[in-house]
Design a protein around this ligand. Structure first.
Ligand SMILES: Cc1ncc(COP(=O)(O)O)c(C=O)c1O
Length: 379
């Protein structure tokens, strides 16, 4: 049977094999330590849940305007002005079902057949799939392992040209937890301006940092008209199941992406958007508490890794560590660790850089220690 070429170009997610195997082992009664998950293990803060329930009880169960309810778009624009120093008006914000949808709509709109799209490796798995579905060609640039995979000593200028159409930047990063410095982002800004390319800045982990400061590319001189800023509620507010994200983009891009949006999803869920207004406008202490918990888990993980002889630059954000493993076949290693030791991790090759395991520390401290003890001998 023949299927769409766009879809056939994409491989099923490499992480699926691991999660299927983990579920299989669990169903056989194994005690699997799951360090592969990409979501906070907290429940959405109560004041956010309360707003969504109240919205449901008011009967707000219909479609909303395609770009989102005005209150949420205004709240997001205000947040971006206050926290990110961006010049953003309400009408420039589009609310999407998850940041993933925002990324898909904007990549699909910007990338034409054969366009070169630069990814900074290791890069989150879905960028590759989205670029391929859009017909783009990947230009994979491996970042500097010495700095924990920031641009560091990599001369990015050698890797981009006037042919580059788009670069996707993700800081803090999934899978490395790296946070790019302001200077590193300025270098990216200079290249984007010199070579006239677009940048998608995926800032979904912006609030989850441990001392390092997050900077928004869209706020830098020369970037407002060439940056799509993507963000969402899943990670900062523990709202993965709500499916809520957003993007801010210059008019031309927004108009094109809004066509994809309205013809595919219509709008984001009505009462979930009400909850999101409470997330942005309400108390931020629950976010601070979750970040504190993640930081302490990060420390537990780094110490546990040191105890087994693995040293690496300390991740400064998100809730992942990209741990060096002494093998090129990291997929086989991941499977072996899962089969033998019942610990689930994700192979680095899924993110474009083999020889590593991505370890998520969105798990409690005892489980993190136990997981590392179990797979220690394999590293
Ligand atoms: C880097 C990055 N961007 C975007 C997303 C998408 O998040 P969501 O669609 O839940 O908002 C994720 C989720 O894992 C992610 O890690």
């Amino acid at each position: 049977m023949k299927f769409s070429e766009s879809v056939e170009r994409v491989e099923p997610s490499a992480t699926l094999r691991i999660s299927d195997l983990a579920s299989e082992l669990e169903s056989e009664g194994a005690d699997v330590v799951d360090l592969s998950v990409g979501e906070p293990d907290f429940t959405t803060p109560e004041h956010i849940r309360k707003e969504a329930k109240a919205s449901l009880d008011r009967g707000e169960t219909g479609y909303t305007p395609s770009a989102g309810i005005p209150d949420l778009r205004e709240a997001i624009a205000h947040k971006l002005r206050q926290e990110n120093n961006m010049r953003v008006e309400r009408d420039e914000v589009v609310v999407t079902p998850g940041a993933k949808q925002a990324l898909f709509e904007t990549i699909f709109s910007l990338v034409r057949d054969g366009d070169e799209v630069a990814l900074l490796d290791p890069a989150w798995v879905s960028y590759e799939a989205m670029v391929k579905m859009s017909g783009g060609e990947l230009n994979r640039i491996t970042l500097d392992p010495e700095t924990g995979f920031t641009p560091g000593d990599v001369n990015l200028a050698e890797h981009v040209s006037d042919e580059t159409r788009l670069m996707v930047v993700n800081t803090p990063s999934n899978p490395t937890g790296a946070v790019f410095s302001e200077d590193e982002l300025r270098e990216i800004r200079d290249l984007a301006v010199d070579h006239d390319f677009w940048v998608i800045s995926d800032e979904i982990y912006e609030k989850i940092t441990y001392g390092a400061e997050h900077h928004s590319l869209g706020a830098m001189d020369g970037m407002r008209d060439r940056t799509v800023t993507v963000n969402g509620f899943s990670k900062s507010y523990a709202m993965t199941g709500w499916r809520l994200g957003y993007f801010v983009a210059p008019d031309e891009v927004r108009q094109q992406a809004s066509k994809v949006h309205s013809h595919s999803v219509s709008c984001a869920t009505s009462f979930a958007q009400r909850g999101a207004v409470a997330a942005v406008d309400g108390p931020q202490e629950p976010v601070e508490e979750m970040v504190e918990a993640f930081e302490s888990r990060r420390d537990v993980l780094v110490d546990a890794l040191e105890d087994i002889g693995v040293s690496m630059p300390e991740p400064e954000g998100a809730f992942y560590a990209f741990v060096p493993a002494d093998t090129a076949d990291d997929a086989a290693l991941c499977e072996e660790i899962l089969q033998e030791e019942h610990v689930a991790t994700t192979p680095g090759s899924a993110f474009g850089v083999p020889g590593y395991l991505r370890v998520s520390y969105a798990a409690n401290e005892e489980r993190i220690k136990e997981g590392v003890e179990r797979f220690g001998s394999y590293l």
